[in-house]
Design a protein around this ligand. Structure first.
Ligand code: 0A1
Ligand code: ZN
Length: 881
């Protein structure tokens, strides 16, 4: 096997930096082919490290000059290797000056300084998280080195009229030869991963926001000329986020200016560089013609997320990359709350839980499982995972629910106050929450340290004579790589009890006095506990884990009729959906085991969904979610020896049974919703109606292909992208006559619009048809697809590998071969993207023997290649271990 994986970095090896950098002055002479970066660093030795040399990370830099306190160094006074510049210094403080040359134009890794866009609007920008700054200038590139930055940019004025770096503007002017300069001062000390610059010919929109502290902040969004007209929604979202963070968490913005820049060339969603956020255009641009409803909501969420990082990440940053979830889990939680307060709480919760189950539970169940705070990594880029982000947010959510809204706010205030301007740890976070609430939270550290998804087993017993209801809860976590034995975790189980008509029942535990509460948290702190409720007049229907109060797999053989009561009556919208989902999973399991779902339970399920569909008071988006059963990957989670074809067939049976049972009411509701006159409105209510209408259309056409003309008509008449794509998806999955023409018409209508064409690529990549792999391979030659563009790659190859289990797992191995070839090709271009795609093979041991062998062979084929990137070597190595 290739030996290109880096040696692991261990949490237990952490040492504070021997040298600190207090001030940084950077000067850039920008040029796409060869940029010169001059740096002046004021460095100070930690007195407890008298012998330590100054080690500056440095990658892919051409060193032109090196001076200490003005004197050029002799060769024996420093070492310049492939990853570091090491200087032997006898003094306690010094001024280090370096000059390096870098080549943004050929930087396809998209880390460090690189070029984006094409032709006239090709511009320069940076991406430094996690370890990109070392590709710009030699520096101790670790998050616990916080410095003040002054940055001067020089460039050709005609090609790069806009020059930006972090912080407040501090002068600009013209130079000889058609060049110009601009200087920026960031008064807030920051780690190098938050550095950013942008230079190019971009257009801008401007707005302004006055903070609760009275600071007048100029807000700018910059984008390529053809995109600037689509930035208005993002600007509105930014102002909503700024106000919300003040009102909900007391956090105000702290510079005179805030910039956002859009790029089509980005490996992730967006980046929170101080005062200069960079966004993947996918999460910034929106208009009714070119963005879906989901697109609008994603812009709201991501603009919020990056803005909220200004406190949770920037003002208080991470001591080391093991603490990544300290900023990411907390910021995802804040983003979730923001969208929940502004749009629909129930819908956001359902979507988050679906993502957790699909992406995080599967990660936890395979060789790439790791704790929310990993204790080792060999390539940090591979730890921007569902575990660190989504499970991390669940841990914050549990703490918030245990402390209550006010207690959590007090704790968070304390955390920001104590750690402002510092690089903190998970322990610092828990300590602040503890202190502000006078509670002990140390048992929660185990949630951060232990990988794997706990299973929560529930069983119940009702004693009518004693009017007593007993609920027994037990937890178990299966071993994960490197963690054979698991400990019990604190699990907050929120419960309510109902009678069969949905009336609340008291929740008094044995031995308690006082009035009964309507909903309460049962703390499961050990492996097993029984909770005994008294004065329960009838056999109750229990609503467990309300709002999904802990990230566990609930195993509970609830009576189907009880689940139906919950679907009908639960006053927690999430748990109504949760009950419907539980019932559909049960039906799926029956169909998989015996070819057909149990007729009686199927009847219970379809009847309760029929009632939901007929209920005018119910949020249409919630009804739509109830009608959409889990994807095949999520349904197969927990199975062994998976046969993807059998999973597909069983899922389709359940889906079709529902569509057929509800055909008439679905058609009627589709008709009612079709009269809407708000085709271009983006408020949550209008979005919810479109969501339900598209769910009805899909089911109606599934039940009876003779209804496909409805989809064709919707496609032809659509006045927004959500309706157009919804209809196109139905035509494609039914392989309807006219589907090809519709695809072509769509591509022609949106020619040249990269983001919309990405959705067009995705729609084709996720079709569970036999020939999808050949079709996807052919699409890589389409003019809308470039291997160097991560959005294109994720839209086509990523969607195929990660969201189309039927086609990816085609029994002849063609899907595996195609993806492994793509991974190899991408590894020479954008290793981060190649590594992420390779995770599609991570679950190989859970498939039936034939697929298992085929997937294993592709992993071995990748492992045997020469010169794998450290990113890919890490994923392949851990997958095979
Ligand atoms: N901190 C960003 C995510 C991010 C991470 C790495 C990147 O480049 C390699 C880019 C962005 C966030 O959470 O939004
Ligand atoms: Zn983030």
């Amino acid at each position: 096997m290739s030996d290109s994986a880096k040696p692991p970095v261990l949490l237990c090896d952490y040492r504070a930096p021997a040298w600190r950098v207090t001030d940084v002055e950077l000067e850039f002479d920008l040029d796409p082919a060869a940029t010169i970066v001059a740096a002046r660093l004021a460095v100070e030795r930690d007195p407890s490290e008298p012998a330590a040399p100054l080690r500056l990370d440095a990658e892919q830099l051409e060193l032109l000059d090196l001076r200490v306190d003005g004197r050029r160094l002799a060769p024996e006074e420093y070492r310049f290797e492939t990853d570091a510049l090491t200087i032997l210094l006898a003094v306690p403080r010094a001024r280090i000056e370096t000059r390096v040359r870098i080549a943004p134009d050929t930087n396809t890794a998209l880390q460090g300084l690189y070029a984006s866009g094409g032709g006239q609007s090709r511009f320069l920008l940076t991406q430094c998280e996690a370890e990109g700054f070392r590709r710009i200038t030699p520096f101790p590139d670790r998050p616990d080195v916080l410095a003040r930055y002054t940055v001067t940019l020089r460039a050709d004025k005609a090609r790069f009229p806009l020059l930006l770096a972090n912080g407040n503007a501090d002068g600009a002017g013209d130079l000889d030869g058609g060049r110009h300069w601009a200087r920026f001062v960031d008064p807030h000390p920051k780690p190098s991963y938050l550095f950013a610059l942008v230079a190019g010919r971009l257009e801008s929109i401007e707005d302004c926001f006055v903070t609760a502290e009275g600071r007048r902040v100029r807000l700018f969004i910059h984008a390529e000329p053809d995109a600037i007209g689509r930035c208005g929604w993002a600007m509105q979202c930014l102002k909503m986020a700024m106000r919300w963070d003040e009102e909900r968490f007391g956090r105000c913005y702290d510079l005179d200016v805030f910039h956002i820049v859009a790029t089509h060339d980005f490996t992730m969603g967006a980046m929170e560089n101080k005062g200069l956020n960079v966004f993947n255009a996918k999460y910034l641009l929106a208009d009714p013609e070119r963005a879906t409803d989901d697109g609008y909501r994603h812009v709201l969420a991501v603009v919020g997320h990056e803005y909220f990082h200004n406190w949770s990440g920037n003002r208080v940053t991470c001591r080391d990359w093991f603490q990544l979830s300290l900023k990411e889990g907390l910021t995802v939680y804040r983003e979730q709350e923001f969208e929940s307060d502004l749009a629909s709480r129930t819908l956001r919760r359902i979507e988050d839980v679906r993502v957790l189950w699909r992406a995080q539970f599967s990660e936890d169940a395979g060789p790439l499982a790791h704790p929310v705070r990993p204790d080792r990594y060999s390539e940090i880029n591979n730890f921007y995972t569902a575990t660190v982000y989504e499970k991390g947010a669940e841990l914050v959510r549990m703490l918030a629910s245990v402390l209550g809204r006010d207690g959590f706010r007090r704790g968070l205030d304390r955390y920001f106050e104590r750690n402002d301007g510092r690089a903190a740890t998970v322990e610092d976070f828990l300590a602040a929450l503890e202190e502000a609430n006078d509670v002990r939270l140390s048992p929660w550290l185990a949630w951060y340290a232990q990988a794997g998804t706990p299973t929560l087993e529930a069983s119940e017993r009702y004693d009518a004579a004693a009017r007593c209801y007993e609920l027994t809860l037990a937890q178990h976590t299966a071993p994960t790589p490197g963690q054979p034995r698991k400990q019990a975790l604190p699990i907050p189980v929120v419960v309510a009890l109902f009678d069969e008509r949905g009336a609340r029942l008291p929740l008094r535990l044995d031995g308690e006095a006082g009035t009964a509460e309507r909903e309460r948290v049962l703390p499961l702190l050990t492996e097993r506990a029984t909770f005994r409720f008294v004065d329960v007049p009838v056999r109750p229907v229990a609503s467990l884990l309300r709002g999904y109060s802990a990230p566990v797999r609930l195993r509970w053989n609830a009576d189907a009729d009880d689940l139906a009561v919950q679907i009908r009556h639960d006053d927690d919208g999430f748990n109504r959906w949760f009950a419907a989902d539980a019932l559909s999973r049960r039906l799926f399991a029956q169909a998989l085991a015996s070819g057909a779902p149990d007729a009686r339970q199927l009847d219970v399920w379809t009847r309760s969904l029929a009632q939901a569909l007929a209920d005018p008071a119910l949020d249409p988006a919630l009804v739509a979610e109830m009608l959409s059963i889990a994807d095949a990957g999520s349904l197969a989670e927990g199975l062994v020896d998976i046969d993807p074809d059998a999973v597909h067939v069983a899922r389709a049976r359940v889906e079709t049974a529902l569509a057929q049972a509800l055909a008439a009411p679905l058609l009627a509701r589709y008709g009612e919703l079709s009269g809407a006159t708000d085709a271009q409105a983006v408020e949550p209510a209008a979005q919810a109606r479109r969501r339900l209408r598209n769910a009805c259309l899909a089911a109606v056409c599934r039940a009876d292909p003779a209804q496909l003309p409805l989809a064709a008509a919707q496609f032809a008449q659509a006045r927004n992208l959500t309706d157009r794509l919804g209809a196109l998806s139905v035509l494609l999955s039914a392989q309807a006559a006219g589907a090809e023409e519709a695809l072509d018409a769509f591509a022609a209508r949106h020619a040249g619009d990269a983001l919309v064409l990405d959705q067009w690529l995705t729609l084709q990549a996720v079709q569970p048809h036999d020939e999808t792999v050949e079709h996807v391979a052919a699409l890589t030659a389409h003019p809308a697809f470039r291997w160097t563009n991560p959005n294109n790659v994720y839209a086509l190859v990523g969607a195929f590998a990660l969201r189309n289990p039927r086609a990816f797992h085609r029994a002849d191995g063609a899907g595996y071969r195609f993806v492994a070839d793509a991974v190899a090709r991408l590894d020479t271009l954008t290793p981060q993207v190649s590594a992420r795609l390779a995770t599609a093979f991570g679950g190989w041991r859970r498939f039936e023997p034939l697929r298992r062998a085929l997937m294993h062979r592709e992993l071995q084929r990748l492992a045997a290649r020469d010169a794998l990137s450290p990113d890919l070597a890490d994923i392949v190595g851990r997958s095979l271990a």
